[in-house]
Design a protein around this ligand. Structure first.
Ligand code: AMP
Length: 418
């Protein structure tokens, strides 16, 4: 299928071609015609599926009749509101809106907390058609009379599942009260949990459902591998894998902010340039860290799940679960950071015997076993213990494609945890 067949205007087709997109992704194929038709959508699409363009492109076309170059703020009321759970995702979405909308004279802005209000108030008072916001800051701006949502006719809830997890439901309800009853609502979520279905039932009007990847499915293009290891050797194993495998741009996940900071400084002291990104760091520091990572100045970014939401790094080659997440859905989100939009990626998990239950939950959600491999020199002491039991045979179910597999020695054994 081509972008031309989706009904987008010539100006957006030109932009898409300039971006080098030759073919719409599955979520774009399904969602773009529905959004253009004005209907509500409930879409399950993970990060990396091209979901941002799936809603941004048709929204730009729907709002194009309002485009004008008047200097009067009254001619530029908020027509579309995009709510996101995190600052990083808000920035990423607004950059996409600016990129895709560069030939359309509609104004876009992004507002989020943790930075001074005044510049945002000033920008909003000038008139903005597409506003990307995190919920708390948006309500502050409404309280200051800087944002007026009375004319917004399109609402997008991006990563709605994460907004619910982060406790934004009351804020979302307050924002809904400020919007027109008759509007188009697009709800995007990585998963369709019961809470999401309930929210959809209460705010969507006869929606079309778009589901491009099965519930809990990690991207097909991601090679997933587990390394069993003892707790006290995890840092060493990680540094070894990064250095020996000559990995660059490694995104590493920990469960807590403290673990992220500690690991980043350990790696940094042991020859792997690293930094931690988490919600305790000032926004400017997080942005700087992300830029340095994207530019290849630092090799390893250590992040918590919350901080990593919304990081847009094209074709990130390596994701490491230094610790498995408590919530198996987070494993899917983490792994979704690699293998984006068709590029292949590697997702590695360093798993101790204590994490065996977490690994089982992940595998239950994925409905398949993940291959595992014992790194020579890092054999866990308890490797014969259940349930991370000894491998059942060399190379049994490995599909290959991992960056280090070419150097696999005969002592490295690989199999699946059933
Ligand atoms: P998203 O899922 O919105 O975070 O998008 C993931 C990445 O895919 C972004 O870096 C986009 O630039 C890229 N992308 C979006 N649509 C396409 C497409 N049709 N072809 C190739 N890349 C795309």
């Amino acid at each position: 299928m081509t972008f031309e067949e989706l009904g987008l205007s010539p100006v957006l087709l030109r932009t898409v071609a300039e971006e080098g997109y030759t073919e719409p992704t599955p979520v774009q194929q399904r969602a773009i015609p529905i959004v253009l038709s004005g209907r509500d959508i409930l879409a399950a699409a993970q990060t990396g599926t091209g979901k941002t363009a799936a809603f941004t492109l048709p929204i730009l076309d729907r709002l194009a009749p309002y485009a004008n170059t008047s200097f009067s703020p009254a001619r530029h009321p908020v027509r579309c509101l995009v709510l996101t759970p995190t600052r990083e995702l808000a920035v990423q979405v607004s950059e996409s809106v600016k990129t895709y909308g560069r030939h359309v004279p509609l104004r876009a802005a992004v507002v989020y907390g943790g930075v001074p209000l005044d510049p945002q108030i000033k920008e909003l008072r000038g008139g903005i058609e597409i506003l990307v916001a995190t919920p708390g800051r948006l309500l502050d701006l409404v309280g200051q009379k800087a944002a007026n949502l009375a004319q917004a006719e399109i609402l997008v809830l991006d990563e709605a599942d994460r907004m619910l997890d982060m406790g934004f439901m009351p804020d979302i309800r307050r924002i809904l009260d400020l919007l027109l009853a008759r509007k188009q609502t697009l709800l995007f979520s990585a998963t369709f949990s019961d809470d999401i279905k309930r929210l959809a039932g209460s705010i969507l009007n006869n929606p079309e459902t778009v589901e491009v990847s099965r519930h809990g499915t990690a991207a097909e293009t991601v090679n997933q591998l587990v390394y069993p290891v003892d707790r006290e050797r995890k840092e060493e194993l990680l540094a070894h894998l990064i250095i020996e495998g000559d990995w660059h741009q490694v995104l590493v996940f920990t469960r807590t902010k403290l673990a992220a900071s500690r690991l980043a400084s350990w790696l940094d002291r042991h020859g792997v340039a690293s930094t931690a990104i988490h919600s305790d760091r000032a926004q400017s520091d997080r942005t700087k860290a992300l830029e340095a990572f994207k530019a290849g100045e630092i090799r390893c970014l250590v992040a918590t799940d919350v901080a990593a939401r919304g990081l847009d790094i094209d074709a990130l080659p390596h994701v490491v679960n230094f610790e498995l997440p408590w919530n198996p859905e987070d494993y899917v989100h983490r792994v979704g950071r690699t293998g984006r939009a068709g590029a292949s990626g590697n997702a590695i998990s360093l798993v101790t015997i204590d994490e065996a239950d977490l690994l089982r939950s992940v595998q239950r959600l994925l409905q398949r076993a993940i291959d595992w491999e014992v790194e020579p020199g890092f054999e866990p002491r308890q490797r014969d213990a259940q349930p991370l039991r000894a491998p059942r045979g060399a190379g049994s179910s490995s599909s290959g494609g991992r960056s280090r597999s070419s150097s696999a020695s005969s002592s490295r054994r690989r199999t699946s945890v059933a």
